[in-house]
Structure formats: C-alpha cells, structure tokens
Ligand binder design. Structure first.
Ligand code: LLP
Length: 463
C-alpha cells in the first residue's frame, strides 16, 4: 500500500491501481462476514439489516450519514480478547480508535482495561465509571495538567515517553504525596505495517525512548532512583494494521533483553511488559487478520521462550488493541446523491458525507469495501469511486469498488469496518456536522453520540 499521498489526498485521475483486484466480485449482493459486523445480514426483501433493524428504518430515524455500531459484535470481540489473554495478562482497549461513555461501560462490563492518551479521553473514561486503576495514560507530550489529573484520579499506570517526562511525572507525584506506577515506552527499532516490518537501528519518530545507544537503560536507571515513581515495566508499540507477527517477535525479544539487562545491573526484575496495539482487521476481502487466541498464543510463547533463555521470571503481559476490537463492529450508512459516469474509466458516486466522517482514505490511501444495502440488484457491476461532498478532489471514501450499474440517487450504500479512527478522527471541514454513532442490538437502536447540529457549530463561534 502506498504511504505517500497527494497533498490533497490520493491521486484521483489514475485508472486501475497496480496489484489491485481487477475483477468484480462474483456476487455484488453478497456480504463477506470477514468485513461486515457480526449481525449484518441481507433479509428476505433484499435489504440489509444490522442488530436486527433494516437500514431503511435506521436511515429514516437517524438520518445519513451515520455510524451504526453492532453492540453484540463489540462485546463479543472484547470478550474474545479478554478470554484469549486470560487471567495472567491484561487487555487495554485503545480509546483513540473510538471512545464514548457507552463504549467505556461495555468495556468495563466485559472486563477490559482502557488506554487513554489525553485529558479528554481520561475524563470520558472516568465519567462513565471506569475504575481509575484500570486506566493507562499515554502520550508523547502530556501536559502538567493532564499528568496532575491522571495522578489525582489514581490511574493504574502512566506510560513515560521521554526523559523530561520521567522527571516531570516523578515531581508531580511527589508533590501530591504519592508514588505513581509507571512504564517506560521504548522504541525497539522495528516498524510494522500490514504484511511486512522493517528493522531499523534508530527510530526516527517522536514516540518513546530508543533502546539503541543504551538510552532506554539510562531511562530505567533514572526512573529507579526517583521516589515519585514505581517502575513496573517496559512498553513497546510497533505500528498499525499489522498482520505479520514477526515484528512483535523482534520487539518482544528486544524488550526482554532490556529486562535482563535491568536485572543484571539493578537486581530488579520488572514485573510487566506491554506490547502495544496495532493488530490488523479486514477492510476488504483480501485481508486475513489473525484471531485473538492466535495472537495471544503467539505473543505468550515468544515472551516465555525469551524469558526462559534469559532466566527471567515471565512478566505479566498486556496489549492495547483498538482497531481490532471496534473497527469491524461499525458501518457507515450513506445516501447516494450525484452519480457521474466517465465513459471507459469509472463512475463517481457522491454520498452525503466524505472526508469529514472518514479521513483515512485521503490520509493513508486506506482501502475500504462498499455495498448497496437498501435493496439487491442483478444489474451488471460498474467500477466506482465513492466520493464525499466536500470541496476537495481528494475527498474519497472508497477508492475502487464495484456497485451495481442501476445505482440511483436515494439508494443507501454502506461502508463496513468504519468503527476505528473514523468518528474519532472526524472533523467539521466545510462546516459539516459530525454524524451520530448509533448502537444497535437485538432490534433496538440507541444513539450513543448524537449528530452535531448547526447550533453546536454556532455555539463555538462566539461572533
Ligand atoms: N497503543 C498505542 C501506544 C498506540 O499508539 C496505538 C495507536 C494503539 C495502542 C492502538 O493501535 P490499534 O490497535 O488501534 O492499531 N489513525 C491511524 C492509527 C493511528 C494509531 C495510533 N496509535 C489509522 O487510522 O490507521
């Protein structure tokens, strides 16, 4: 996948991207369960339903565009991660993927912990009743206010991201008369994306403290001397949308080597390691993600093996999946508007949302699937590009896909796997009103984040 996009988004006049699936799927009405949320199904009338409710009724009641999250699927995925990692490990859902108070309550009920990376996420978590000791606080530039808020709330851990932060957190904790449990985030010289990983000697990035040149060892040395800190472990996060476990293997090996070095130098065996998030999901039928139990088994085996070799007690492992839990559980429902056929090229299908509700295609060249969901069709497939209504040619939702050639304005189409990093990265570009998030379950629908209104826009604009 290309990582270099046109400044205004991916190029928009090319024909067929190399290496892309070149033929339409055998059945345009089929819904690949890999890509769609668990309860999504086509009913006898040909309409698609989610959580037991047809999309036409959902569009009627909640409008479009809107995100619909399948609560049954979310809970099942959260539970699958929890069960796969068992009692000797912890799962921290990464709230940056998507966070709301309902989500926090579901996580709490399903026994998951929560990773937050801003004061706003922390406030949301606390206000929905997540116990503070089950929250990890992240960020490469936490403000003094955020650190104070986190320590006062009693968060279970702060993940230290820099040398300055080691001192800052220690100082604030001490002045509050407490000792804060912390991990140190290291960069292990591994960067992983999808099917490959790259091992680099030095990490050219803003996060964490490099293992290279003894920097992480020095960070541990400093943290161990400060009264305000209780160093409980080492943290590593290697990338996003990863299918290949090899990157985690290298990361785990390097983190365990640091634990062994710490034991040799200080006589201390740090009790925890966190291997971060980044596990991939299926955006299209071409993607083959791993199941949580396979991931848990692979990570457990790697860490146990490396610890045995280094004669270390196996530390408690934690992971931070965001996308892998929430990503597949939601779809975005759009109404088709303008249709512009370009003879011999493709058909542009405009929808009533766009880059304001899904920036990932413009930002990362991300790939998505799309289907006609308000009815079935036996018409011939046509190559489409689903675009938004923003004043920008890079405003693309789905780069290349097939929809039936009888598609018409007023039809409903849905983009699956939009649970992660869509609503959480949504914007008001062109003064778009950010869509609602509606939870559906067993025939009932409930707004968990309401649609923005023009009043909301004007309330911020003080004139
Ligand atoms: N832990 C840490 C420390 C992270 O930085 C992240 C993501 C996660 C966990 C969760 O990663 P996940 O399992 O959700 O992949 N906006 C981008 C993704 C940015 C991820 C940043 N960190 C996207 O839309 O693909």
């Amino acid at each position: 996948m290309s990582r270099s996009a046109h400044p205004a988004g991916p190029r928009h006049a090319d024909v067929w991207p190399e290496g892309h699936y070149s033929a339409p799927p055998a059945d345009l009405n089929a819904l690949d369960p890999k890509v769609w949320a668990q309860t999504v199904t086509r009913t006898d009338t040909g309409e698609v339903s989610v959580g037991g409710i047809g999309v036409a009724a959902l569009a009627e009641e909640f409008g479009t565009p809107a995100y619909f999250v399948d609560e049954t699927d979310f809970r099942a995925r959260a539970r699958a991660w929890r069960t796969a990692f068992g009692h000797d490990a912890d799962v921290f859902y990464a709230g940056k993927a998507f966070l709301s108070r309902a989500i926090v309550r579901w996580l709490h009920e399903e026994g998951l912990n929560l990773d937050v990376c801003s004061g706003g996420e922390l406030t949301t978590a606390l206000s929905a009743g997540m116990p503070a000791d089950r929250i990890a606080f992240h960020g490469n530039n936490k403000s003094t206010d955020e650190i104070t808020q986190a320590i006062e709330a009693g968060v279970g851990r702060i993940v230290l991201d820099s040398f300055q932060e080691i001192v800052r957190v220690a100082h604030i904790a001490q002045s509050l008369g407490t000792r804060q449990r912390v991990q140190i985030r290291v960069t292990v010289g591994v960067e992983a994306h999808t099917h490959e990983f790259i091992a680099t000697a030095h990490e050219d990035q803003k996060f964490g403290i490099a293992l290279a040149d003894g920097q992480a060892a020095e960070a541990v040395r400093r943290a161990l001397t400060l009264d305000g800190l209780e160093l409980i472990g080492i943290h590593s996060h290697i990338g996003s949308q990863i299918f290949d476990m090899a990157g985690f293997e290298v990361a785990a090996r390097r983190v365990v080597a640091l634990l062994a070095a710490v034991r040799d130098e200080h006589g201390v065996e740090l009790p925890e390691i966190d291997l971060g998030g980044g596990l991939g999901i299926a955006y299209t039928s071409d993607d083959d993600p791993r199941e949580p139990h396979e991931i848990a088994k692979a990570l457990g085996e790697i860490v146990t093996r490396e610890c045995e070799a280094a004669k270390l007690r196996t530390p408690r492992i934690s992971v931070e999946p965001g996308r892998a839990i929430v990503g597949p559980t939601a779809l975005t429902l759009y109404e088709v508007g303008t249709i512009k056929p370009l003879e011999g090229l493709r058909t542009y299908v405009s929808v009533d949302g766009g880059m304001s509700d899904n920036i990932r295609t413009a930002l990362y060249d991300a790939e998505y699937s799309v289907a006609l969901v308000s009815r079935t069709s036996d018409a011939e497939p046509m190559l489409v590009r689903v675009v938004g209504k923003h004043c920008e040619s890079g405003d693309i939702v789905v780069k290349d896909a097939f929809l039936p050639s009888d598609l018409a304005p007023g039809d409903l189409i849905a983009v699956p796997a939009t649970g992660a990093y869509c609503r959480s990265m949504a914007s008001n570009y062109n003064h778009a009103l950010r869509p609602p998030v509606v939870a559906v379950r067993d025939g009932e629908a409930r707004v968990i984040v309401r649609r923005e209104t023009e009043e909301d826009l004007l309330r911020l604009d003080v004139g």
